[in-house]
Write a protein that binds this ligand. Structure first.
Ligand code: ZN
Ligand code: ZN
Length: 162
């Protein structure tokens, strides 16, 4: 993931962040953490940006603050903590933490997922929060997907009749 000049599946170059001591990657000159810092503050700041996230920060905003790393598949690998299934976790303002990929999907698509709606990862990486790698599926598809884990399955293909 630290290789210079790697390309993701979309052919976009992945660079190691230009900030000395930062080994995060991104599509531009900087990783997304330093790119945002530059946008907000006009300078990239220290290599290790640590700040307490105010408790009233909406989960969608926490995505950018905590950030992700772009890997060679174009996956956005969550930098925050993961649950026992490998899914990213992000704190809610109130109540139990949320799954980061669901928050990412909701933000990108401007929707609110119901509790019984499922998201499928095209990349099979639970820690990936790239909304382009996520699509909503039914519970039936989700179970099928878990069964087929480890096997590539093209999107949108009809399930075998059963
Ligand atoms: Zn950086
Ligand atoms: Zn992915």
């Amino acid at each position: 993931m630290k290789k210079q000049g790697t390309r993701d599946v979309h052919g976009r170059l992945i660079h190691t962040c230009a900030v000395e001591g930062c080994n995060r990657t991104g599509h531009g000159k900087h990783c997304n953490v330093h790119a945002m810092r530059l946008r907000l503050h006009g300078d990239v700041g220290p290599a290790q940006i640590r700040r307490r996230i105010p408790s009233n920060t909406p989960p969608a905003d926490r995505l950018d603050i905590i950030g992700w790393e772009v890997d060679a598949d174009g996956c956005h690998i969550w930098r925050g903590r993961l649950d026992e299934y490998g899914y990213g976790r992000v704190d809610a303002i109130k109540g139990a933490p949320l799954r980061a990929h669901r928050v990412s999907y909701e933000r990108a698509n401007g929707v609110e997922l119901t509790r019984d709606s499922y998201l499928l990862h095209s990349c099979d990486k639970p820690a990936c929060i790239n909304p382009e790698h996520l699509r909503a599926g039914t519970q039936r598809e989700n179970i099928h997907d878990m069964w087929a884990k480890g096997r590539a399955r093209p999107w949108g293909r009809e399930q075998e009749a059963s």
